[in-house]
Design a protein around this ligand. Structure first.
Ligand code: FAD
Ligand code: SIN
Length: 528
């Protein structure tokens, strides 16, 4: 294994909406390295469908967007964080449009759609259901216009480099090379962790690396029990777990049980437009009641031409599996979608570790509380990506790039034994882990299921100390770490709030307005 050293003013780990927006903010202030662990576009951002929420329509106000976000967050939002999100959102979107983003229009005016738990039409979308791709396209192209930004793709960040309580860089695996990249400030923008569940909407990159990396480096994480499950993903043996956007229900799609009967009105007055957690739990309850593995999403009463124009990507993807969404009921079931918890930051992206910043899904600003409002995540990436960049610039003005002669990766490199993991079946363990998390730490949890998840997870504890530079093993270690933190936090919260539902504690519980935290030297505990 070759080891080399590189330096930059800023290191951004992640090339989705949050990482790229941060990098663009940093570009005029120094040299920036942006890392992605796969190809540049492989991110949750790229696959975002429904759109981006922003209070820009005539019928909307930032105050109403604020109220809807707070309500969805179920009493646990950081109110100041939400205010910033909705107030700075319009400026960030107009800026994106000025950089070339094309959102769908009706005539010459932007077209706003409705999604669940939004009281107004406020979702901007692109090419119907390919909003994320458009945002990623524009940000990549904008980032390319700065000569100060260098991209390394297929560069897997293994660990942060910490010296005297300060993050000074990261160790990165690229091909058969370990690169120690030293920077004044490091920004984590590694996205979510949906891959720790066997049913997920998330792309393969979403293995919770940033959370595990920050945890190992001693940073504080918060609200890890709050995992959002999206109500509708395609449930079809031959097909991948493909998301069926909430915007479909926003346009009038209905849920039907296996007997083709509507059931949502019995669960909530808002029926199909109730918040995500409510709809996902109602679907699971209905699946249990009818002993079925899925329910149906029904668009057949909507105009065929409208469906094809509004959801072209979903239409053509489903057709590949012989489902014509204009004529057939679509089999769907919920899947892990978005983690509200993560590396705890203030509203400028600062983590508890000096020199380390975080933005986007990996971060926990508290802006989504216990349950994220649909289409608020892309907006969060833009608003908080930019804010994090601005704060990192201020910090970098006060420090120098520090390098270390030896980092832990070099030590690891020396210790590495190719035999140590020979007998270990990585793929089997990964699959087991994902199934354990789905069945025990999933949509409906209780002490018994969570204890059993913990027990299973502890069987893989030995992996943590095994040296390896195999990317699949490094990812698996991260997944085990994040799965443990989620399970422990879910055990700690003896109550139900937002996306966290305990069948043995259906009420909120006494500590419900407090936040859970995890830190390497303290385990899981209640904040404040
Ligand atoms: P990502 O976009 O996931 O980017 C993560 C980046 O980190 C990637 O570049 C990856 O390569 C890199 N990375 C990760 N680990 C490492 C590592 N170890 N080393 C180096 N690089 C690493 N939200 C909305 O607001 N509206 C929507 O319509 C919407 N639809 C969605 C549809 C789907 C199918 C999914 C999965 C999510 C959707 N979301 C939506 C959520 C939203 O897309 C994500 O929360 C958001 O894009 C996350 O952006 P991010 O920049 O934080 O992370
Ligand atoms: C969707 O299109 O349903 C996803 C929207 C989101 O996650 O915000």
């Amino acid at each position: 294994m070759i080891t080399s050293v590189q330096k930059a003013d800023f290191l951004v780990v992640g090339g989705g909406v949050a990482g790229l927006r941060a990098a663009i903010e940093l570009a005029s202030k120094g040299s920036v390295i942006v890392l992605t662990k796969g190809k540049p576009t492989e991110s949750s951002t790229e696959y975002a469908q429904g759109g981006v929420a922003v209070a820009l329509s005539d019928e909307d106000k930032v105050g109403i967007h604020y109220e809807d976000t707070i309500k969805a967050g179920d009493g646990l939002c950081n109110e100041e964080g939400v205010r910033i999100l909705v107030e700075e959102g319009p400026e960030r979107i107009l800026e994106l449009i000025s950089w070339g983003a094309e959102f769908d229009k009706e005539g010459s005016r932007l077209s706003f759609a409705r999604e669940a738990a939004h009281s107004r039409k406020r979702i901007l979308h692109s090419k119907g259901d390919s909003t994320g791709r458009e945002i990623e396209r524009v940000l990549i192209s904008k980032a390319r216009s700065f000569s100060s930004i260098t991209r390394y793709d297929f560069a897997f960040t293994v660990d942060l480099i910490v010296s005297n309580g300060r993050c000074i860089g990261a160790s990165v695996l690229r091909g058969n090379e370990v690169i120690n990249i030293f920077a004044k400030a490091v920004i984590l923008a590694t996205g979510g962790a949906g891959q720790i569940f066997s049913r997920t909407t998330n792309p393969s990159i979403a293995t919770g690396d940033g959370m595990a990396i920050a945890y190992r480096a001693g940073a504080l994480l918060a609200d890890m029990e709050f995992m959002q499950f999206h109500p509708t993903t395609l449930y079809y043996p031959a097909a991948p777990q493909f998301l069926l956007s909430e915007a479909m229900r926003g346009e009038g799609a209905l849920l039907r049980n296996i007997n083709k009967k509507r059931f949502m009105p019995e669960y909530h007055e808002m029926a199909e437009l109730a918040s995500r957690d409510t709809v996902a739990r109602a679907i699971v309850s209905e699946m249990i009641r009818t002993k079925a593995r899925h329910v149906y999403l029904d668009l057949t009463h909507l105009d065929k031409g409208f469906i094809k124009k509004r959801f072209p990507m979903i239409y053509s993807t489903c057709l590949r599996f012989d489902i014509d969404i204009t004529e057939d009921l679509i089999p769907v079931s919920p899947a892990a979608h978005y983690i509200m918890g993560g590396v705890r930051t203030n509203l400028d992206g600062q983590t508890s570790l000096k020199g380390l910043y975080a933005a986007g899904e990996v971060a926990c600003t508290g802006v989504h509380g216990a349950n994220r409002l649909a289409s608020n995540s892309l907006l969060e990436g833009l608003v908080y990506g930019a804010r994090t960049g601005m704060r990192a610039v201020k910090y970098a003005g006060r420090v120098k790039i520090e390098t270390l002669a030896k980092s832990s990766m070099e030590k690891l490199n020396r210790e590495l034994s190719s035999d140590s993991l020979k007998k270990f079946d990585i793929e089997k363990t990964r699959s087991l882990l994902r199934r354990v998390m789905w069945s025990k730490t999933g949509i409906i949890r209780c002490k018994k299921s969570l204890d059993s998840a913990k027990k299973r997870l502890s069987e893989w504890d030995f992996l943590k100390s095994l040296p390896s530079l195999d990317r699949r093993i490094l990812e698996l270690k991260n997944m085990i770490t994040v799965a443990n933190l989620m399970t422990e936090s879910a055990l700690l919260r003896e109550g139900s709030a937002g996306a966290h539902y305990r069948s043995d504690f259906k009420e909120r519980g006494v500590k419900w307005q407090r936040h859970t935290a995890c830190r390497k030297d303290r385990g899981s505990y209640w904040l404040r």
